[in-house]
Design a protein around this ligand. Structure first.
Ligand code: SAM
Length: 515
């Protein structure tokens, strides 16, 4: 059930309208000290004269994402206009033609596809075109069942304004001068409330800091703690029957740390063999297994994490072998007999550290930093989002401009070794839903690295991407990873048209984010 926007009518009664009836916000003004926004309401059929009405910001608290969309467009438009003004030749006195912006384009699009739900809301406020015009082109009304709907204007006293002419130049001038501070504060507070609801380990909160400008990350973003699989387009995990648990390990073995004997643990079947523990005969067998592609089950393996009984302060940090390799990490899972305290379970418990989303000052948008010191090899968070097909990812890429931030992440770790065709590779899209790690920026000299973590060794298409600190990170330092994660010495392609410059500022910066 969508939430409601509260609309005051006739000064006494307060009625509600479903948020899904709000199409967009098209202008703003301040009247008698009241910050107001012009709402365009949805109609069931396309029209150039949809209902429009002014509302105080306090009436729009349940649809702040529309207000935010509008303010983002307004900001871009004003920036573009000021660029044009700067380029105007002071001698010519000629106005430079107004440049199209997303702000303009949005206002000119046709009506949204009609929603299946019943029209709703509200105000039967008497329309008036006497100056100042308060209700344009239509009214919100209630039917005999008190359902609220948008009524197109028919009366002579209602101006018929074509949406393509709204906002009028006068309205735009007023809008650009008017304060939007209250809306920006409400939007910021709403986002902070949203962060407080993000599931995380108790006490490991998420913060938002912006000392650079007045923006807030998109309210449309949905925080999730698990992948959302695009099942309708055929995205599935491998059947749960393929997931095996280790059966020869137990929580009561030796030091009570679950999996302890690396030779026995089934989950470590494909993990790295600890060659330092092989005697000559085992080494010969291992070489043979490698040459023939046979299973390495039964050889000593390397656990990915330090156990709690190991070096102080390093508990659950990646051991150097994994830290410096690209080997996938195979964790134990819910079907294992090793119990909840198994040393081979870590990433699956989610983020254990406090992080802060902050506005960078170097033109890289939002970034992420830690509020506590991190050890080398410490787990930070996983990357979350929708898991979509390669075809859908390509469609989304083409639909957005190259300059727009990208949140697509291919799950292609096993593609080469297991001959998975390009079109069968899944992609994680963290743009619309995901976790705070979507804000981790790129650096050519990063302090974090991403690792493949699997809980089902037979699922080669859906696994976790986990970020670990690759060196000690003092609290407050921005978290970064190398988006290309190329092998040392691998050269970068020549930058093509539309290549994105890298602003990481590292001494060894490669200059381009993507070529
Ligand atoms: C996964 S997002 C990171 C969060 C992003 N900064 C934001 O505000 O949502 C990736 C995008 O951030 C920007 N970005 C990240 N690292 C950058 C860098 N070193 N230089 C320039 N832009 C960067 C690029 O727009 C990139 O497409």
């Amino acid at each position: 059930m969508p939430s409601m926007v509260v609309i005051p009518t006739n000064g006494h009664v307060r009625r509600r309208v479903l948020v899904d009836r709000v199409h967009s916000i098209v202008s703003n003004r301040v009247q008698n000290g009241d910050e107001q926004y012009l709402v365009r309401w949805s109609t069931d059929s396309p029209t150039n004269t949809p209902p429009l009405s002014w509302h105080s910001i306090t009436e729009l608290l349940r649809c702040l994402e529309h207000v935010q969309d509008y303010l983002d467009g307004r900001e871009k438009f004003m920036q573009a206009s000021s660029q044009i003004r700067k380029r105007k030749n002071p001698d010519s006195g000629l106005e430079v033609e107004r440049r199209a912006s997303p702000f303009d384009r949005r206002l000119q699009t046709g009506s949204r596809t009609p929603s299946a739900s019943r029209s709703s809301s509200v105000s039967s406020a008497a329309p008036s075109t006497s100056s100042p015009i308060d209700i344009y082109n239509g009214v919100l009304d209630a039917d005999e069942h008190h359902a609220i709907f948008c009524r197109n204007s028919t009366g002579a006293d209602i101006a018929r304004l074509d949406i393509r002419t709204v906002p009028t130049p006068d309205m735009s001038r007023t809008a650009h001068r008017a304060s939007v501070d209250k809306a920006l504060t409400y939007i910021r507070n709403e986002y902070v409330r949203k962060l407080a609801r993000v599931p995380g380990k108790e006490g490991k909160a998420l913060y938002l800091i912006n000392s650079v400008d007045s923006s807030t990350p998109s309210l449309r973003f949905r925080y999730i703690s698990e992948y959302v699989l695009d099942e309708k387009n055929g995205v599935y995990r491998a059947s749960s029957e393929t997931q095996q648990g280790c059966t020869k390990c137990s929580p009561h073995m030796g030091r009570n740390i679950g999996c302890e004997y690396t030779k026995k643990c089934d989950c470590l079947e494909y993990a790295a063999v600890d060659e330092s523990r092989l005697d000559a005969a085992e080494k010969a067998k291992y070489d043979e297994a490698r040459a023939t592609g046979a299973s390495t089950m039964g050889f000593s393996k390397k656990f990915p994490y330090f156990a709690s009984s190991n070096k102080r302060g390093k508990t659950r940090c990646l051991v150097p072998f994994y830290l410096n390799s690209r080997r996938p990490i195979y964790e134990c899972n819910d079907k294992c007999d090793c119990g909840p305290y198994c040393r081979n379970k870590n990433v699956q418990f989610g983020r254990q550290v406090e992080v802060e989303i902050f506005r960078t000052s170097g033109g890289r948008g939002w970034g992420l930093r830690c509020k506590e010191d991190l050890c080398q090899g410490q787990f930070i968070d996983t990357y979350r989002g929708e898991v979509i097909t390669d075809a859908e990812a390509t469609r989304r890429e083409h639909a957005s401009s190259k300059a727009k931030a990208s949140y697509l992440y291919s799950l292609d770790k096993f593609a080469v070794s297991e001959s998975i065709a390009d079109e069968d590779i899944y992609v994680v899209d963290g743009e619309f839903m995901g976790g705070p790690s979507k804000f981790i920026n790129h650096s050519c000299e990063p302090n974090c690295r991403q690792y493949t973590v699997s809980y089902n060794k037979h699922d080669l298409r859906v696994y976790d991407i986990a970020f670990f600190a690759c060196r000690p990170i003092p609290k407050g330092e921005e978290l970064t990873f190398d988006y290309l994660d190329k092998d040392e010495g691998t050269s970068m392609d020549e930058p093509g048209e539309g290549a994105i410059p890298c602003l990481c500022g590292a001494a060894k910066c490669r200059k381009w984010l993507w070529t």
